[in-house]
Design a protein around this ligand. Sequence first.
Ligand SMILES: CC(C)(COP(=O)(O)OP(=O)(O)OC[C@H]1O[C@@H](n2cnc3c(N)ncnc32)[C@H](O)[C@@H]1OP(=O)(O)O)[C@@H](O)C(=O)NCCC(=O)NCCS
Length: 158
Amino acid sequence: MGPVHLRPITENDVKTLIQLFHDTVHSINIKDYSKDQVDAWAPPVNEIPEDAWIDSFRGRHAVLAETECIIVGFADAAEDGYLDRFYVHKDFQGKGIGSLLYRDIESFLMDAGAGRIVTHASITALPFFLSRGFHVEKEQEVERKGVILKNFVLSKQI
Ligand SMILES: CC(C)(COP(=O)(O)OP(=O)(O)OC[C@H]1O[C@@H](n2cnc3c(N)ncnc32)[C@H](O)[C@@H]1OP(=O)(O)O)[C@@H](O)C(=O)NCCC(=O)NCCS
């Protein structure tokens, strides 16, 4: 793998990010969730509204990681400290891309004076966040398209 660069997400990236999100959930999160659960979490890409994703990135710190013109991960956070999406490409797991994205998000939120980071982490991402100093506020069950999924509300003082 060549050098990995971070850059802001633009509207033109959103189609690729939706595909990455879908594929990562279906091939990585499937280790911890059932087929029904991943289908509810990440429906077929043509059912994921691009416009809503573009709107949801507006006003956020939204960043992607790229190597050799391949988008290999992305994350977005609000200035109040809420870390929302955080996904690494299914074929680029465990290569430090999540760490790179996380460092960028944390330093942005420190500079923004957020005071703390809050995220709703999957079972899959829990160890990643725990090893970065997050603690579990609560375990919760959320409903997506009539299906229940377990995740964790995590926070970290910064
Ligand atoms: C959670 C996630 C974003 C982490 O991204 P990642 O790029 O795999 O993360 P990293 O490679 O930086 O670190 C992962 C671990 O692999 C280790 N690692 C780093 N380089 C490695 C390498 N070359 N080979 C093997 N392991 C490596 C790291 O030490 C790290 O361990 P740690 O957490 O104990 O520090 C990623 O697994 C993912 O996309 N998960 C599915 C989506 C998801 O659940 N996202 C959360 C939204 S709710």
